[in-house]
Design a protein around this ligand. Structure first.
Ligand code: ADP
Ligand code: MG
Length: 617
C-alpha cells in the first residue's frame, strides 16, 4: 500500500510528467492550447465565406453585377484569416513561454539531482555526457510543448469543426468526404498498427543499432589507422548498415507501398468521391429546381476536401513529436534515476583524524563478486598506511569509500570516530584531501584550479601551495604564470605536471586526512622526484592512506596493508612483511628483481639505495 503513490506516479502520462515540470506556467500551456483551438476554428470561417461567395455568384449567374455582397464576404474572409493568425501567434507565445520554463526546470532539477549523486557515479557515467543528455532531452521537450501540442489540439479542433461543417451544408457530400478521410486514416494506421507495429519497431531498432555502431566506428578510427585495417574489420558496422537497409526496404516495399498509395489517393483526391454523390443527387435537384444549391455545395466540398489532408498530415506530424518527447523523457528519467547519496538529518561531528574500516564489504552495482569483503583496519591519527596488492585487489575501491564515492554494502567506514554516512558531507570533505590517479583540472587558470580546494584562499596562499608542490618550473614556462588559462592556446600539461598541480590543490586544502591513489603511477622520473618532494610536504603531520605501485615509495610507511581479491591478506611494517615470506615478500622480491633488470649496470647502486631507505626505517 505504501508504494501506491510511487506506482501511480510511474504510470503518469508523458504529458502529465512534462506539465509537472512547467510549475506555475502550466496554466500558460492550457491557455495556449485553448487559443490554438480557437485559431483553428477561426481558420474555418474563410471557407464559409467562400461558400457564401460561390452561392451568391451562382444565384446571380450570368449577371455577376448582382452579386453585391461578395466584397463583404471577401473582407470577412480576410478578417477571419488574419484573426486566426493573430490568435495562433498568441497561442504559440503562451506555449513557448511555458515550454522554455519547463525545459529550464528540467535542466535545473536534473542538475540538482546529479549534485546529490555519489562521486563514484561519475566515474561510471561521464558527467559531461550526462549533462549533454539532459540538455538535449530538455530541448526536445521544448518542441513538443511549444509546437506539437498546440498543433495537436488545434488539429483536433480543426477536425471537429470540419466535421460539423461537413454535415452542415449537405450531409451526403459531407459523408463522401468523410468516407475518403476514414479510408486514408485506416490506410495510415495499417502501416503502423497491428503486426506492422512490430516491423516498425524492428526498423527503428535497426536504425538505433546502426547509429551506435557508427559511433563505435568513428571512435575506433585511430585503431584502424594504426593497424592499417579497412572498414571490413568493422563487421559490426557493416552488418548494421546492411541490416538497416534490408529492414527499411522491406518495411517500405512490403508494408507501406499499398497503404501509402491509398492514403495519398484518398486524401489528395477526396473530391473524386463527390462526383458519384453529385450524379446521384442531380436528377432530384433538377426536378425541384435546386440545381444552384447543388452546384454551390459541390464547389464548397471540392475546395474543402483538399484541406482534410492538411489537417491529417498535421496530426501525424504532431504525433511524431509525442514520440520524440517520449524518448526524451526516457533519457531524463535515466538522469533522475542516478542514485542519491543519502544525507543524514542529524549529523554527527568528526572528532580527530583516525580512519577505521569495520568489517567493510562492498560490491559494485551489477558486479558478480564483491570488490571488498570483510575488510577491517585502523589508521591512527598521524599514521601513514600504504595499501598494496595485485591489480584489482580493491585498493582504489577501499580508498574511494572514505570520501563516500560509494557507500559500503555492509560494515562501516569511520572518520574521526564517526560513520561517514552519519556526518555532514561538507564536514567530511573538509577533513579529507584526495589525489587520485587522473586528477581533473578545470579549464580555468592555474590559480583558480588550485584555489578550488579552498575558495577563500588568498593569492599568496595559493602561490605558497604551488611552491610546496614543486610547481615552480611549470609556472616559469607558462606565458602568464599562475594566471595562464589551462587547456587553451596549446597550454597543456603533462600527466606528471597535472599531478603536481593537483598536489598543490591538496596542500592548500590542508586537510588532516590525505588519501593518495597511485599518485606517481604515470610520472616520468624527473616528475617523480618532484612529486615525491611535494608528497613529503602534503603528508607531513597528516593521517595518510596511500596506494602506490612502486613499492619503493611504501617502504617508509608506518604500516602496510596487503589487499588481495578484496581481502586483507597481511598487514605490518615493511620488515615484518618481508620476513614473513608471504604475498608481500614475493611482491617485494619481484619488484627488486625488476629494478635490477631495468637498470642493468646501475642496479647494485639503485638496490643499495632502496635497501638503505629500508634500513633507515
Ligand atoms: P585496485 O585499485 O587494487 O587495482 P580496484 O579497487 O580498482 O582494484 O578494483 C577492485 C575490483 O573491483 C576489481 O575486480 C575491479 O574490476 C572492480 N571494479 C573497480 N571499479 C569498478 C567499477 N566502477 N564498477 C564495477 N567494478 C569495478
Ligand atoms: Mg587502483
Amino acid at each position: 500500500m505504501k508504494n501506491k503513490p510511487q506506482e501511480t506516479q510511474k504510470k503518469q502520462s508523458d504529458l502529465a510528467v512534462l506539465l509537472g515540470y512547467a510549475g506555475d506556467r502550466r496554466k500558460l500551456t492550457f491557455t495556449g492550447l485553448a487559443l490554438s483551438a480557437l485559431a483553428m476554428v477561426l481558420g474555418m470561417a474563410p471557407y464559409i465565406c467562400i461558400y457564401l461567395v460561390v452561392r451568391d455568384l451562382i444565384n446571380v449567374f450570368p449577371d455577376f453585377s448582382g452579386a453585391v455582397s461578395i466584397t463583404k464576404y471577401a473582407y470577412l474572409a480576410f478578417l477571419f484569416a488574419v484573426l486566426g493568425i493573430v490568435v495562433y501567434f498568441a497561442a504559440l507565445m503562451c506555449t513557448h513561454l511555458a515550454a522554455f520554463r519547463t525545459a529550464s526546470n528540467i535542466r535545473k532539477e536534473g542538475m540538482a539531482h546529479l549534485m546529490k549523486a555519489p562521486l563514484g557515479f561519475f566515474d561510471q557515467n561521464a558527467s559531461g555526457l550526462l549533462r549533454n543528455r539532459l540538455d538535449g532531452a530538455a530541448s526536445e521537450t521544448e518542441t513538443l510543448l511549444a509546437h506539437n501540442l498546440a498543433d495537436i489540439v488545434g488539429s483536433i479542433a480543426m477536425l471537429l469543426s470540419m466535421l460539423v461543417l461537413m454535415f452542415f451544408f449537405d450531409w451526403r457530400m459531407g459523408g463522401a468526404c468523410l468516407l475518403a478521410a476514414v479510408i486514408s486514416i485506416l490506410a495510415m494506421m495499417s502501416m503502423m498498427g497491428g503486426k506492422n507495429a512490430g516491423l516498425m519497431a524492428e526498423y527503428q531498432a535497426a536504425q538505433d543499432v546502426m547509429s551506435k555502431a557508427g559511433t563505435e566506428y568513428v571512435r575506433g578510427i585511430p585503431v584502424v589507422k594504426v593497424f592499417q585495417q579497412t572498414v571490413d574489420s568493422f563487421r559490426a558496422f557493416q552488418t548494421a548498415i546492411e541490416n538497416y537497409s534490408d529492414k527499411a526496404e522491406h518495411y517500405q516495399a512490403d508494408v507501406c507501398r499499398v497503404p501509402q498509395a491509398l492514403n495519398l489517393t484518398f486524401t489528395e483526391g477526396a473530391f473524386v468521391f463527390l462526383i458519384p454523390v453529385v450524379l446521384f443527387l442531380l436528377p432530384g435537384a433538377m426536378a425541384s429546381g435546386n440545381l444552384a444549391l447543388l452546384v454551390t455545395n459541390f464547389a464548397f466540398y471540392a475546395v474543402f476536401s483538399a484541406i482534410i489532408s492538411t489537417a491529417l498530415a498535421r496530426v501525424m506530424f504532431a504525433a511524431s513529436g509525442m514520440m520524440l518527447a517520449h524518448t526524451a523523457l526516457g533519457r531524463i528519467d535515466q538522469v533522475m534515476a542516478a542514485p542519491n547519496l543519502p544525507v543524514t538529518d542529524h549529523p554527527v561531528s568528526i572528532r580527530g583524524s583516525g580512519v577505521t574500516f569495520r568489517d567493510v564489504s562492498f560490491t559494485y552495482e551489477g558486479a558478480p563478486s564483491p570488490a571488498l569483503s570483510h575488510v577491517s583496519f585502523r589508521v591512527e591519527p598521524g599514521e601513514t598506511v600504504a595499501l598494496v596488492g595485485p591489480s584489482g585487489g580493491g585498493k582504489t575501491t577501499a580508498a574511494s569509500l572514505i570520501p563516500r564515492f560509494w557507500d559500503v554494502t555492509s560494515g562501516c567506514v569511520e572518520v574521526g570516530g564517526a560513520d561517514v554516512r552519519k556526518v555532514d558531507p561538507h564536514d567530511l570533505m573538509d577533513r579529507v584531501a584526495f589525489v587520485f590517479q587522473n586528477s581533473h583540472l578545470f579549464k580555468d587558470t592555474i590559480l583558480e584550479n588550485v584555489r578550488a580546494s579552498r575558495p577563500g584562499a588568498t593569492r599568496d596562499e595559493v602561490m605558497k601551495a604551488l611552491e610546496a608542490a614543486q610547481c615552480g618550473d611549470i609556472l616559469e614556462k607558462l606565458p602568464k604564470g599562475v594566471d595562464t588559462l589551462l587547456g587553451s592556446e596549446g597550454t597543456y600539461l603533462s600527466g606528471g605536471e597535472q599531478q603536481r598541480i593537483a598536489l598543490a590543490r591538496a596542500i592548500l586544502k590542508d586537510a588532516p586526512i590525505v588519501v593518495l591513489d597511485e599518485a606517481t603511477a604515470f610520472a616520468d622520473p624527473e616528475n617523480e622526484v618532484l612529486i615525491q618532494k611535494a608528497l613529503g610536504t602534503l603528508t607531513k603531520g597528516k593521517t595518510v592512506i596511500m596506494i602506490a605501485h612502486r613499492l619503493s615509495t611504501v617502504v617508509s610507511a608506518d604500516r602496510i596493508i596487503v589487499l588481495d581479491r578484496g581481502q586483507v591478506r597481511e598487514s605490518g611494517t615493511h620488515r615484518e612483511l618481508v620476513s614473513r615470506g608471504g604475498l608481500y615478500a614475493r611482491m617485494w622480491q619481484e619488484y627488486t628483481q625488476a629494478l635490477q633488470w631495468k637498470i642493468g649496470a646501475d642496479a647494485p647502486k639503485a638496490v643499495a639505495e632502496t635497501k638503505a631507505k629500508e634500513a633507515g626505517k
